[in-house]
Design a protein around this ligand. Structure first.
Ligand SMILES: CCCCCCCCCCCCCCC/C=C/C(=O)SCCNC(=O)CCNC(=O)[C@H](O)C(C)(C)COP(=O)(O)OP(=O)(O)OC[C@H]1O[C@@H](n2cnc3c(N)ncnc32)[C@H](O)[C@@H]1OP(=O)(O)O
Ligand SMILES: Cc1cc2nc3c(=O)[nH]c(=O)nc-3n(C[C@H](O)[C@H](O)[C@H](O)COP(=O)(O)OP(=O)(O)OC[C@H]3O[C@@H](n4cnc5c(N)ncnc54)[C@H](O)[C@@H]3O)c2cc1C
Length: 664
């Protein structure tokens, strides 16, 4: 039967060791074992079913999410899961919920911004879920501009307390996940005021609801902000609104790792940079980059499997139509996304390492790598989430009409994913941060301060401003050194051009605003260079398994040449490559697609996703698409009755012409 046979035959064509590729994708044998075991555990538990999610009303949906979250917590306790296993379990439950914010932001904020004493007090309560917390930073009037927050935390020396207050409507906290209906506590960001002086934004632990009856504490107004994009999707989350009317908290509930307020009301600064108040955002942005590869690979897995099952046109000699995956246009849209999923996986792995390294340095009071960590997490978060959101939508189109059905899994994935381009920093705002970092680095060239980390290539400014690409034939584009030089030269030249244009302005801030669209492009070029170079570095490691390295090399080249093709204007206008070299790159890309084609199904199998996690009829492992699509349609509540509700009120009068007669 179509589907079963197609995917089995595709799998038999694979030219590499899929089991070894699974290890590479997972990061290690241990991680593969854990994710494999936990994903199956979730898939086999009826409480974690997802198939009715898009049909439920908001209230039922939310209650169902609470039920799953409680069950997940119960299983974590019963099975004595480790922190790693518990995180995997929450991941595979695959339903945004208050737990994400409790474990993903509230706890990390206390760890990163609390003193030892504060950690000892609050973390055990949070780990045991005796309190549930969220991260309340954004307000109705300000999200991107953190320094513009209006909530105040005024020190009262009489009582040794802070008074938390929302002075205006626009100062209402607005968006925090988990806040609307569940959290008992929040880390609230507000302006620290001592003796009428404003000391800027700090974090404060505030209890919101009673631990006895869950009612809001006096002075607190709290609720959900309403339905969001898509059915099901992110509506499982209670994003909330919160107002304070002079709510008092003890002084020791200000997070005091960065600065402390003494009993006398004096502000004492630690030796750590004030930017550590922004530390949780760096942590979460790093996590979001890793998650991007999960979301994109999930969409790509669905679209690739379905493209091998779906046949249209072109009767072959055996009387069967062509698999749509064999169309070159399908390949040129799908395979760059497959390559991007792998590229984001590896850059995410590297970013995790970078984040751990920065953290270790911070513990040892070495703050030198913080600006680079901020620029990398901000830039890569922006690059990978934008590409993933666009990629999911492309996968929907790659699946034709059936991709638009909820049962394809793609509409909900898209709806859940797209806010990643906005939360944890709007993607444009974050790229402007990277641009500032690049301009600063360029302006320091020649000053004796050598660029470090991901900007080390800028130290070769003279060479990169003048070099000529050496490509003469299509295969030359397969050399990592050639690709790297083209990407470095493009990024260098775009940053230098931006810096030169900026220098023409008397007022740098005005110049930055005027040139911001170009600056964003320079930042994108730098971030794409990071992704390409980290993929190339990955290939320099020992990669076991028959044919695995060869497949990864092909994917790496596809990613790089696809980006080159997409941003050809940059490469040509900066003189990094010639039009002839561009056309050779395109020819090489076509040849790489042919190389990947027989391995495409095996390359998505290597993600090791269960059908439960994919939740897609089109992406089923067995390829049994048509019978299941047919079956799925009959489950829709509209099909519960043959004649729909409303027939007698609205359809019958039209058919019987009663309405027309009434008008005559
Ligand atoms: C789908 C669920 C699946 C389940 C998976 C679960 C696990 C994954 C967890 C993920 C959960 C996702 C759920 C979503 C939750 C969403 C949460 C949020 O959205 S929280 C709110 C996030 N808000 C933002 O990101 C705001 C963005 N704005 C800013 O960060 C800042 O305002 C700014 C950086 C844009 C500007 O800062 P500002 O101080 O006003 O000015 P400057 O630009 O001049 O910066 C001064 C100086 O500081 C440096 N800087 C800035 N930021 C940082 C930083 N984070 N770290 C270090 N340094 C930083 C900057 O470079 C400047 O340095 P200088 O040397 O002076 O040039
Ligand atoms: C699903 C979801 C979950 C969230 N969860 C949380 C949470 O748990 N806790 C929390 O505190 N917050 C949360 N947020 C809020 C989120 O962090 C903010 O929405 C985000 O930081 C963007 O800020 P904004 O909404 O103010 O956008 P705005 O800044 O108002 O953006 C509007 C437009 O202005 C542009 N813009 C803004 N500033 C500039 C500039 N300087 N230069 C050029 N263009 C600019 C942007 O690019 C964008 O196009 C969440 C948001 C969403 C959507």
């Amino acid at each position: 039967m179509a589907g079963f046979d197609d995917l089995a035959s595709e799998r038999s064509k694979a030219q590499f060791d899929v089991e070894e590729m699974k290890v590479i994708w997972a990061g290690s044998r241990h991680t593969l074992e854990v994710s494999d075991r936990i994903s199956r555990l979730v898939a086999n538990d009826p409480v974690f079913r997802k198939d009715t999610r898009t049909m439920l009303s908001r209230k039922d949906l939310f209650k169902n999410t609470l039920r799953k979250a409680a069950h997940a917590w119960k299983r974590i306790i019963e099975l004595r899961l480790s922190e790693e296993e518990a995180a995997e379990l929450r991941f595979y439950v695959d339903e945004p919920a208050f737990m994400d914010l409790h474990w993903g932001m509230f706890i990390p904020t206390i760890k990163g911004q609390g003193t030892e004493e504060q950690q000892q007090k609050w973390l055990p309560l949070a780990y045991k879920m005796k309190i549930i917390g969220c991260y309340a930073q954004t307000e109705l009037g300000h999200g991107s501009n953190v320094q513009g927050l209006e909530t105040t935390a005024t020190f009262d020396p009489q009582t040794d307390e802070f008074i938390i207050h929302s002075p205006t409507l626009t100062s209402s906290k607005w968006w925090p996940g988990g806040l609307g209906k569940v959290s008992t506590h929040a880390v609230v960001y507000g302006r620290l005021i001592i003796d009428s002086k404003d000391y800027g934004v700090n974090g404060f632990i505030v209890q919101l609801r009673s631990l006895d009856d869950h009612l809001p504490l006096p002075g607190i107004t709290i609720g959900d902000i309403g339905m969001k994009f898509g059915s099901g999707a992110y509506n499982t989350m209670d994003n909330g609104v919160l107002r304070f009317d002079h709510v008092r908290i003890p002084r020791d509930q200000m997070l005091m790792r960065v600065s402390q307020v003494t009993r006398e009301g004096k502000l004492v600064q630690s030796n750590v940079p004030w930017q550590l108040v922004y530390g949780t955002m760096v942590y979460v942005r790093q996590k979001i980059v890793s998650d991007a590869s999960c979301a994109l690979s999930r969409a790509v897995c669905i679209a690739t499997r379905y493209s091998a099952v779906r046949r249209q046109f072109g009767l072959q000699s055996n009387g069967i139509e062509t698999q749509v995956i064999d169309y070159k246009t399908q390949q040129s849209r799908l395979f760059p996304l497959l390559a991007s999923a792998y590229a984001f996986r590896f850059v995410g792995e590297w970013l995790k390492w970078l984040y751990m390294d920065v953290n270790q340095r911070l513990q040892a009071s070495d703050f030198s790598t913080l600006p680079e960590a901020h620029a990398c997490t901000a830039g890569l978060k922006s690059l990978t989430t934008s590409a993933t959101a666009d990629g999911i939508e492309e996968c929907r189109k790659l699946c034709g009409g059936h991709g638009y059905l909820c049962s394809s899994g793609l509409p909900e994935l898209f709806a859940v994913y797209i806010p990643a381009c906005t939360y944890e920093g709007d993607n444009i705002v974050l790229l402007l941060q990277v641009a500032r970092f690049l301009i600063k680095t360029v302006s320091q060239l020649g000053s004796g301060k050598e660029p470090v980390g991901t900007t080390v290539y800028m130290g070769r400014v003279e060479q990169l401003m003048q070099c000529h690409c050496a490509v003469q034939k299509a295969e030359d584009w397969l050399k990592p050194s050639v690709i790297l030089e083209a990407f470095e030269a493009r990024s260098m030249r775009m940053s230098v051009a931006s810096a030169q244009n900026l220098a023409k302005f008397d007022n740098q801030e005005e110049g930055f605003l005027e040139l911001s669209a170009d600056l964003v492009q320079a930042a994108v070029a730098h971030c794409q260079l990071i992704v390409v170079s980290k993929f190339i570095e990955k290939l320099q490691q020992d990669i076991p398994g028959k044919g695995v390295k060869g497949q990864l090399e092909a994917l790496c080249n596809i990613y790089a040449l696809f980006i080159l093709h997409k941003h050809l204007g940059d490469f040509l206008s900066t003189g990094c490559i010639t039009p002839k070299q561009a056309s050779l790159a395109n020819a090489q890309l076509r040849s790489l697609y042919s190389q990947v084609r027989p391995n495409a199904i095996a390359l998505v199998d290597a993600f090791n996703y269960t059908d439960h996690y994919l939740s897609s009829v089109l992406g089923r492992y067995d390829g049994n698409v048509y019978p299941k699509l047919y079956e799925e349609a009959w489950k829709d509540p509209l099909n519960d009755s043959v004649v729909p509700d409303g027939y007698q009120e609205y359809i019958q009068p039209i058919l019987k012409q009663q309405l027309r007669n009434a008008r005559l």
